[in-house]
Design a protein around this ligand. Structure first.
Ligand SMILES: C[S@@+](CC[C@H](N)C(=O)[O-])C[C@H]1O[C@@H](n2cnc3c(N)ncnc32)[C@H](O)[C@@H]1O
Length: 242
């Protein structure tokens, strides 16, 4: 699926991130990351690489991995001076144990079928004392199930039980022509999976744009959504020293 989506994904995020990333979740992601200068950072599920490039520009030594060969091919074309590998977040077989200061995973965890395997891999490749910053679609406010009902309100229609984990197929949105497959889990399932993988949870944020940013966004429907409900959720996780 992600190979089929890769060219359209590049169109969505470009080399700078889409509006949701740039104005909404990226500022939170950077606040949770802190200063990355001189750090080894793994961008796990890097897609076409816009964030990998920004991390490198901020002074990190970055490796981007993605299990989609087409995403990685586009990332390499975009940023030929950077290191990208084909690998799965659920294995990270190309990344040796305890080598990374930071793992960043931006809008990926809802897409992996085995959350526990991905988190255990993230923890394995981190040095003791390292951190993981994970941003993913908010499981309580799935964009695909929402519609703007009037000037102010959003309505969510749940076609299943929130507490039940399940595979979900979203129809194409915007310029995409493929369905999107993702895996619903409750917020508590995510939180408990972080702890089970050996992480401590240091911070949680629900990104929200300011009125100022909302007034500057050309996409007014998106601005309204982002002012009223979180599109994503972000966690800073720590790998204990011992
Ligand atoms: C929603 S896109 C986000 C891409 C990028 N992080 C960004 O913000 O533009 C999800 C990405 O995760 C990748 N992905 C999904 N499951 C994966 C897995 N098990 N291992 C590695 N990458 C995966 C997809 O190929 C896709 O590039």
């Amino acid at each position: 699926m992600w190979n089929a989506v890769a060219v359209d994904w590049q169109r969505q995020v470009g080399v700078d991130g889409d509006n949701n990333r740039r104005y909404n979740s990226d500022p939170v992601l950077w606040a949770l990351l802190g200063d990355v200068r001189g750090l080894c950072v793994l961008d796990a599920g890097c897609g076409t690489g816009y964030l990998s490039k920004k991390l490198a520009a901020a002074g990190a030594s970055v490796t981007g991995i993605d299990f989609s060969e087409k995403m990685i091919a586009i990332a390499v074309t975009n940023f030929p001076d950077m290191k990208f590998d084909v690998d799965s977040c659920m294995e990270l077989s190309t990344v040796p144990e305890a080598t990374q200061d930071v793992v960043v995973s931006n809008y990926v965890l809802m897409d992996v079928p085995d959350l526990s395997a991905a988190l255990h891999s993230f923890c394995r490749v981190l040095k003791p004392g390292g951190i993981a910053v994970v941003v993913f679609s908010h499981p309580c406010f799935p964009a695909g199930f929402s519609k703007v009902t009037d000037e102010e309100n959003l309505q969510y229609t749940w076609p299943f039980n929130y507490y039940d984990q399940q595979k979900v197929v979203d129809p194409p949105w915007a310029h995409f022509t493929n369905n999107f497959i993702w895996f619903h889990r409750s917020l508590a399932d995510y939180f408990n999976a972080f702890l089970s993988a050996g992480f401590t949870v240091e911070r949680m944020e629900e990104p929200r744009i300011s009125e100022q940013v909302a007034s500057e966004l050309a996409d007014k429907a998106l601005a309204k959504k982002l002012l009223r409900t979180p599109f994503s959720v972000a966690f800073r996780l720590g790998k204990p020293l011992k």
